[in-house]
Design a protein around this ligand. Structure first.
Ligand code: PGA
Length: 223
């Protein structure tokens, strides 16, 4: 009815998103805002630690993150895949090889995300399962900086395909065809259990489900 509709068309929406999500959701947000011009959106972008703090204090309407923590009572819904790819600088000896055996990564220098990063946890789990020891060349708490260090030849890295679409397209980074990759993680929409979502938050939640299919089309490069 009209009142409910007006409820959706006005109001504010406070989002908190993980830095790794900044490559996808903000780009799609324009469509949500033009469909709902009366909703004022504010968006915090931070690392996992900051999002957990904000969730624990109920500071946002909705949070977008990787794996939700078990220690908080939350509602969480998967809305998209987050494939992690293995990246090398152009000219690396493994570039262009097909179905590379993961064992060949043994002792390769890697640039890793910080401990606590979902990307880091997932790649470490993979290497441990394969019994591979990689060389931790450098630890960097930012996808952006990692891209630069890899392009500059410091080592290999595992990053979200969403974070490197532009660099892959430009040829600044190359995706290696290693067996077992991409490693699959998921994006979750999260809010505190029992929280009553505003009409604006409900509208965003419904929109995100549809926008997720657009995200799925973007990332993986054919190699
Ligand atoms: P990040 O990635 O924590 O490495 O930024 C998100 C995730 O997949 O959890």
């Amino acid at each position: 009815d009209l009142a409910a509709l007006q409820g959706v068309e006005r109001g504010s929406l406070k989002l908190a998103i993980l830095t790794t999500v900044q490559y996808t959701v903000p780009k799609l947000l324009g469509r949500f805002c033009s469909a709902h011009p009366g909703i004022e959106v504010s968006m915090q972008v931070g690392n996992r630690e900051m999002l957990l703090h904000r969730l624990a204090h109920n500071l946002d309407d909705l949070t977008i993150m990787g794996q939700p923590p078990e220690q908080l009572a939350l509602v969480s819904e998967v809305f998209a895949e987050n494939p992690l790819v293995l990246l090398a600088p152009p000219g690396h000896p493994l570039v262009g090889q097909r179905a590379i055996d993961p064992q060949r990564l043994q002792d390769q220098p890697f640039v890793l995300r910080e401990p606590g990063s979902g990307t880091r946890l997932t790649s470490e789990k993979f290497f441990a399962q394969q019994g591979i020891r990689i060389k931790n060349r450098l630890e960097v708490g930012s996808n952006e900086a990692i891209k630069q260090t890899v392009a500059g030849g410091l080592g290999l890295a595992v990053l979200s395909a969403h974070a490197v679409a532009a660099e892959l397209a430009l040829g600044e980074l190359v995706q290696l065809d290693v067996q077992g990759f991409p490693l699959m993680r998921h994006w979750h929409l999260v809010y505190p259990l029992g929280k009553r979502l505003s009409p604006a938050a409900l509208a965003f939640k419904a929109w995100l489900g549809q926008a997720a299919s657009a995200m799925a089309e973007a990332p993986l490069q054919k190699i």
